[in-house]
Write a protein that binds this ligand. Structure first.
Ligand code: AMP
Length: 220
Protein backbone atom coordinates (compact mmCIF):
# COMPACT_ATOMS: atom_id res chain seq x y z
CA UNK A 1 0.00 0.00 0.00
CA UNK A 2 1.28 3.48 -0.86
CA UNK A 3 1.73 6.10 1.82
CA UNK A 4 -0.48 9.14 1.34
CA UNK A 5 0.96 11.76 -0.99
CA UNK A 6 0.68 14.97 1.00
CA UNK A 7 2.07 17.94 -0.90
CA UNK A 8 2.06 21.68 -0.27
CA UNK A 9 3.06 24.13 -2.98
CA UNK A 10 4.39 27.41 -1.61
CA UNK A 11 5.65 30.58 -3.29
CA UNK A 12 4.63 34.18 -4.02
CA UNK A 13 1.44 35.25 -5.82
CA UNK A 14 1.52 34.37 -9.55
CA UNK A 15 4.50 32.02 -9.15
CA UNK A 16 2.40 29.27 -10.77
CA UNK A 17 1.23 27.46 -7.63
CA UNK A 18 -2.32 26.90 -8.86
CA UNK A 19 -1.27 25.66 -12.30
CA UNK A 20 1.33 23.32 -10.88
CA UNK A 21 -0.87 22.09 -8.02
CA UNK A 22 -3.49 21.15 -10.63
CA UNK A 23 -0.90 19.16 -12.60
CA UNK A 24 0.31 17.32 -9.52
CA UNK A 25 -3.28 16.53 -8.55
CA UNK A 26 -4.15 15.14 -11.98
CA UNK A 27 -0.83 13.30 -12.35
CA UNK A 28 -0.92 11.65 -8.93
CA UNK A 29 -4.66 11.20 -8.49
CA UNK A 30 -5.05 13.32 -5.36
CA UNK A 31 -7.39 16.28 -4.78
CA UNK A 32 -6.13 19.82 -5.25
CA UNK A 33 -7.14 21.98 -2.33
CA UNK A 34 -6.79 25.68 -3.13
CA UNK A 35 -7.75 28.06 -0.34
CA UNK A 36 -7.89 30.96 -2.82
CA UNK A 37 -10.39 29.01 -4.98
CA UNK A 38 -12.43 28.09 -1.88
CA UNK A 39 -12.62 31.75 -0.86
CA UNK A 40 -13.51 32.91 -4.39
CA UNK A 41 -16.30 30.28 -4.48
CA UNK A 42 -17.59 31.50 -1.12
CA UNK A 43 -17.62 35.07 -2.48
CA UNK A 44 -19.49 33.97 -5.60
CA UNK A 45 -22.04 32.06 -3.52
CA UNK A 46 -22.45 35.00 -1.13
CA UNK A 47 -21.88 32.91 2.00
CA UNK A 48 -20.97 34.50 5.33
CA UNK A 49 -17.33 33.47 4.76
CA UNK A 50 -17.43 35.06 1.31
CA UNK A 51 -18.86 38.32 2.63
CA UNK A 52 -16.12 38.51 5.26
CA UNK A 53 -13.29 37.50 2.94
CA UNK A 54 -14.15 39.72 -0.06
CA UNK A 55 -12.91 43.10 1.24
CA UNK A 56 -9.79 41.48 2.74
CA UNK A 57 -8.86 39.78 -0.55
CA UNK A 58 -9.58 42.93 -2.56
CA UNK A 59 -7.16 44.90 -0.36
CA UNK A 60 -4.47 42.26 -0.96
CA UNK A 61 -4.37 41.28 2.73
CA UNK A 62 -4.68 37.84 4.32
CA UNK A 63 -7.83 36.28 5.77
CA UNK A 64 -7.31 35.49 9.47
CA UNK A 65 -5.41 32.39 10.53
CA UNK A 66 -8.32 31.11 12.65
CA UNK A 67 -10.72 31.18 9.72
CA UNK A 68 -8.24 29.64 7.28
CA UNK A 69 -7.11 26.86 9.63
CA UNK A 70 -10.77 25.96 10.30
CA UNK A 71 -11.55 25.73 6.57
CA UNK A 72 -8.47 23.62 5.79
CA UNK A 73 -8.93 21.31 8.76
CA UNK A 74 -12.49 20.55 7.66
CA UNK A 75 -11.43 20.00 4.08
CA UNK A 76 -8.52 17.68 4.98
CA UNK A 77 -10.84 15.57 7.10
CA UNK A 78 -12.96 14.70 4.08
CA UNK A 79 -12.57 11.15 2.80
CA UNK A 80 -11.03 12.11 -0.56
CA UNK A 81 -8.00 13.68 1.18
CA UNK A 82 -7.22 10.58 3.23
CA UNK A 83 -4.77 9.23 0.67
CA UNK A 84 -3.20 12.51 -0.12
CA UNK A 85 -3.77 16.02 -1.37
CA UNK A 86 -2.05 19.00 -2.92
CA UNK A 87 -2.51 22.21 -0.97
CA UNK A 88 -2.25 25.45 -2.96
CA UNK A 89 -2.22 28.76 -1.07
CA UNK A 90 -2.02 27.28 2.43
CA UNK A 91 -0.09 27.73 4.67
CA UNK A 92 0.51 31.47 4.22
CA UNK A 93 1.81 32.27 7.72
CA UNK A 94 4.03 30.46 10.20
CA UNK A 95 0.99 30.09 12.50
CA UNK A 96 -0.85 28.29 9.66
CA UNK A 97 2.21 26.08 9.01
CA UNK A 98 2.30 25.07 12.68
CA UNK A 99 -1.44 24.40 12.67
CA UNK A 100 -1.01 22.22 9.56
CA UNK A 101 1.65 20.16 11.34
CA UNK A 102 -0.81 19.58 14.17
CA UNK A 103 -3.65 18.68 11.78
CA UNK A 104 -1.39 16.23 9.91
CA UNK A 105 0.26 14.64 12.93
CA UNK A 106 0.77 10.98 12.01
CA UNK A 107 -0.01 11.56 8.31
CA UNK A 108 3.61 11.84 7.11
CA UNK A 109 5.44 12.63 4.96
CA UNK A 110 4.57 16.23 4.09
CA UNK A 111 6.32 17.18 0.86
CA UNK A 112 7.01 20.91 0.54
CA UNK A 113 7.59 22.38 -2.93
CA UNK A 114 8.71 26.00 -3.10
CA UNK A 115 8.34 27.71 -6.50
CA UNK A 116 10.74 30.67 -6.76
CA UNK A 117 10.12 33.62 -9.12
CA UNK A 118 11.60 37.18 -8.87
CA UNK A 119 9.29 40.11 -7.99
CA UNK A 120 9.52 41.89 -11.38
CA UNK A 121 8.24 38.80 -13.17
CA UNK A 122 5.47 38.30 -10.56
CA UNK A 123 4.19 41.86 -11.15
CA UNK A 124 4.14 41.17 -14.88
CA UNK A 125 2.33 37.83 -14.47
CA UNK A 126 -0.31 39.22 -12.10
CA UNK A 127 -1.20 41.95 -14.61
CA UNK A 128 -1.29 39.49 -17.52
CA UNK A 129 -3.16 36.51 -16.07
CA UNK A 130 -6.85 35.80 -16.52
CA UNK A 131 -9.12 33.39 -14.71
CA UNK A 132 -12.47 31.90 -15.60
CA UNK A 133 -15.40 33.91 -14.24
CA UNK A 134 -17.41 30.69 -13.72
CA UNK A 135 -14.96 28.06 -12.46
CA UNK A 136 -11.87 30.09 -11.42
CA UNK A 137 -9.50 28.00 -13.54
CA UNK A 138 -6.47 29.90 -14.85
CA UNK A 139 -6.65 30.84 -18.53
CA UNK A 140 -3.86 30.03 -20.94
CA UNK A 141 -2.11 32.86 -22.74
CA UNK A 142 -4.11 34.00 -25.77
CA UNK A 143 -7.31 32.16 -24.81
CA UNK A 144 -10.60 34.04 -24.78
CA UNK A 145 -12.70 31.29 -23.18
CA UNK A 146 -12.03 28.83 -20.34
CA UNK A 147 -10.72 25.49 -21.62
CA UNK A 148 -12.60 23.61 -18.93
CA UNK A 149 -16.10 25.12 -19.05
CA UNK A 150 -16.12 27.69 -21.85
CA UNK A 151 -16.65 30.53 -19.35
CA UNK A 152 -15.43 34.07 -19.88
CA UNK A 153 -11.82 34.80 -18.91
CA UNK A 154 -11.46 37.90 -16.73
CA UNK A 155 -8.87 39.67 -14.57
CA UNK A 156 -8.95 38.60 -10.92
CA UNK A 157 -10.30 41.50 -8.82
CA UNK A 158 -7.14 41.39 -6.68
CA UNK A 159 -4.98 41.55 -9.84
CA UNK A 160 -6.74 44.67 -11.16
CA UNK A 161 -4.87 47.46 -9.39
CA UNK A 162 -1.10 47.90 -9.39
CA UNK A 163 -1.30 48.99 -5.74
CA UNK A 164 -3.02 45.76 -4.67
CA UNK A 165 -0.57 43.67 -6.71
CA UNK A 166 2.36 45.39 -4.98
CA UNK A 167 0.63 45.05 -1.60
CA UNK A 168 0.31 41.29 -2.08
CA UNK A 169 4.04 41.01 -2.72
CA UNK A 170 4.72 43.02 0.46
CA UNK A 171 2.36 40.82 2.47
CA UNK A 172 4.08 37.75 1.00
CA UNK A 173 7.52 39.01 2.05
CA UNK A 174 6.34 39.93 5.53
CA UNK A 175 3.91 37.12 6.45
CA UNK A 176 4.46 34.19 4.10
CA UNK A 177 8.15 34.06 3.21
CA UNK A 178 9.06 33.13 6.82
CA UNK A 179 7.40 29.75 6.22
CA UNK A 180 10.24 28.93 3.81
CA UNK A 181 12.61 29.19 6.78
CA UNK A 182 10.19 27.10 8.84
CA UNK A 183 10.30 24.25 6.29
CA UNK A 184 13.72 24.57 4.66
CA UNK A 185 15.59 22.28 7.05
CA UNK A 186 13.26 19.34 6.44
CA UNK A 187 14.42 16.45 4.25
CA UNK A 188 11.09 16.68 2.41
CA UNK A 189 11.62 20.31 1.29
CA UNK A 190 12.48 21.04 -2.36
CA UNK A 191 12.93 24.39 -4.14
CA UNK A 192 12.07 24.60 -7.84
CA UNK A 193 12.92 27.35 -10.36
CA UNK A 194 9.62 28.95 -11.40
CA UNK A 195 11.20 30.92 -14.26
CA UNK A 196 11.11 27.89 -16.56
CA UNK A 197 8.20 27.11 -18.87
CA UNK A 198 5.14 25.60 -17.12
CA UNK A 199 6.01 22.17 -18.61
CA UNK A 200 9.59 22.35 -17.33
CA UNK A 201 8.42 23.50 -13.89
CA UNK A 202 6.03 20.53 -13.83
CA UNK A 203 8.88 18.17 -14.74
CA UNK A 204 11.10 19.65 -12.02
CA UNK A 205 8.33 19.25 -9.46
CA UNK A 206 7.62 15.65 -10.51
CA UNK A 207 11.33 14.84 -10.12
CA UNK A 208 11.43 16.62 -6.76
CA UNK A 209 8.43 14.67 -5.46
CA UNK A 210 9.92 11.38 -6.69
CA UNK A 211 13.23 12.16 -5.01
CA UNK A 212 11.47 12.82 -1.69
CA UNK A 213 9.50 9.58 -2.00
CA UNK A 214 12.73 7.68 -2.66
CA UNK A 215 14.51 9.12 0.36
CA UNK A 216 11.54 8.61 2.66
CA UNK A 217 10.98 5.09 1.31
CA UNK A 218 7.33 5.91 0.59
CA UNK A 219 7.28 4.82 -3.02
CA UNK A 220 7.11 1.10 -2.34
P1 AMP B 1 -4.68 32.90 -4.06
O1 AMP B 1 -5.68 32.51 -5.07
O2 AMP B 1 -3.98 31.74 -3.41
O3 AMP B 1 -3.71 33.95 -4.56
O4 AMP B 1 -5.50 33.62 -2.87
C1 AMP B 1 -6.22 34.81 -3.09
C2 AMP B 1 -6.41 35.56 -1.79
O5 AMP B 1 -7.17 34.77 -0.88
C3 AMP B 1 -5.13 35.92 -1.04
O6 AMP B 1 -4.51 37.10 -1.53
C4 AMP B 1 -5.66 36.08 0.38
O7 AMP B 1 -6.31 37.31 0.54
C5 AMP B 1 -6.70 34.97 0.45
N1 AMP B 1 -6.11 33.69 0.94
C6 AMP B 1 -5.96 32.53 0.24
N2 AMP B 1 -5.37 31.58 1.00
C7 AMP B 1 -5.13 32.17 2.21
C8 AMP B 1 -4.52 31.72 3.41
N3 AMP B 1 -4.02 30.47 3.52
N4 AMP B 1 -4.44 32.60 4.44
C9 AMP B 1 -4.93 33.85 4.34
N5 AMP B 1 -5.51 34.34 3.25
C10 AMP B 1 -5.63 33.52 2.17
Amino acid sequence: MHSPLNVIVIGPPAAGKGTQAERIAVGRGVPKISTGDMLREAIQEGTELGLRAKPVIERGELVSDDVMVGIVQQRLNRADARWGFVLDGFPRTVAQAKALDRILAGRDPLIIIEIGVPDGELMRRMAARRICRSCSVNGELGDVRCRRCGGELVLRPDDESADVRARRLQVYARDTEPIVGYYRGRPTFRAVDGMQSPDRVAESIAAAIDSVLETTGSSS
